[in-house]
Design a protein around this ligand. Structure first.
Ligand code: ATR
Length: 289
């Protein structure tokens, strides 16, 4: 499996633009998939300072890159630079994946929402109809809400700062807003509960969720987009209540896989191997922390 990539005149190139970018797990995942599939490609970290985004993107495009992932702090610049915004990007108001198309245009996609849904479905849970309670109203919540609404799922959002949830509801038709403190009242009848806040993340505040899982339907699936640690407090609690859970690592993998397919023209192997690779890498990085 481990082999040095052969870089030659046909090597397809992609990467991730961020500042800082050294912590990104994207190179690990994409290069694993390239090696696994025997694909002549390479995926590199691209540290680009704030202010240098546009010149970097134009340069990469001119140098023949297939495209890039975009992470903090360049997501807004990415939204502005694209010539063609995919529906996923328009609906989520963000761009995390650029594709340099053959006609010279830059296409922008947001793969977070569809990556979330693909991960839940990979756990054997059909995402259609039903009702989801989303905790949080940041960028991740918007992308996930858009993908859920597109699949006919009813979406209720509770956010500590209610005004942010209302602003989101004004952008995406069909969202119901409930006060953070009353989120538990919306739980009965829900098929999905999704934490998109930073609660439970290593190093973040250890706030409590305003809900009692004893009030959930037995079929509720509890999802967390936090993946460090993988078994967040919320997921542990859900397991103790006998509820099914979906952790955040799979979303990271699935959203990456959608970009991989666009650049390299092949479906990556989304399975236990890449999951184990990432899991081991995250554990090593956080060991003893
Ligand atoms: P992202 O765009 O990645 O989703 P974000 O915009 O920073 O990230 O959003 C983080 C989310 O976590 C927000 O919904 C935030 O609530 P506020 O809008 O009220 O800030 C939520 N959050 C963070 N810490 C929280 C806490 N201690 N209690 C409740 N919600 C919290």
């Amino acid at each position: 499996m481990e082999r040095s990539p052969r870089i030659d005149g046909h090597t397809m190139l992609a990467g991730v633009i961020g500042w800082p970018v050294a912590h990104s797990r994207s190179p690990l995942m994409h290069n694993f998939w390239l090696a696994q599939g025997g694909i002549n490609g390479a995926y590199v970290p691209l540290p680009v300072r704030p202010g240098a985004f546009d010149v970097a993107v134009k340069g990469l495009q001119a140098a023949g890159f297939r495209g890039v992932n975009v992470t903090i702090p360049h997501k807004e610049s990415a939204y502005r630079i694209v010539n063609r915004l995919d529906r996923s990007a328009r609906r989520s108001g963000s761009v995390n994946t650029l594709v340099f198309a053959a006609d010279g245009q830059i296409e922008g996609y947001s793969t977070d929402g569809d990556g979330f849904v693909a991960n839940v479905e990979a756990h054997g849970v059909a995402v259609r109809d039903g009702r989801a309670l989303l905790l949080g109203a940041g960028g991740a919540a918007r992308a996930i809400a858009a993908s859920l609404l597109d699949r006919g799922v009813q979406v209720v959002i509770a956010n500590r700062t209610r005004a942010r949830a209302e602003a989101l509801a004004a952008l995406l038709e069909g969202i119901e807003v409930i006060d953070w403190a009353r989120a538990g009242e919306a739980l009965a009848g829900c098929t999905l509960l999704v934490n998109t806040t930073s609660i439970g993340m290593e190093g973040a505040d250890d706030a409590a969720f305003p809900l009692d899982l004893a009030q959930a339907d037995a079929g509720l699936v509890v999802c967390d987009i936090v993946y460090v640690p993988r078994q967040t407090g919320l997921l542990q609690l859900a397991t103790r209540h006998g509820l099914r859970t979906v952790d955040g690592l799979g979303m990271l993998i699935h959203q990456a896989g959608l970009g991989f397919e666009k650049w390299f023209g092949a479906k990556p192997g989304i399975g236990p191997e890449v999951e184990a690779l990432l899991d081991a890498d995250l554990r090593a990085a956080h060991a003893g922390g």
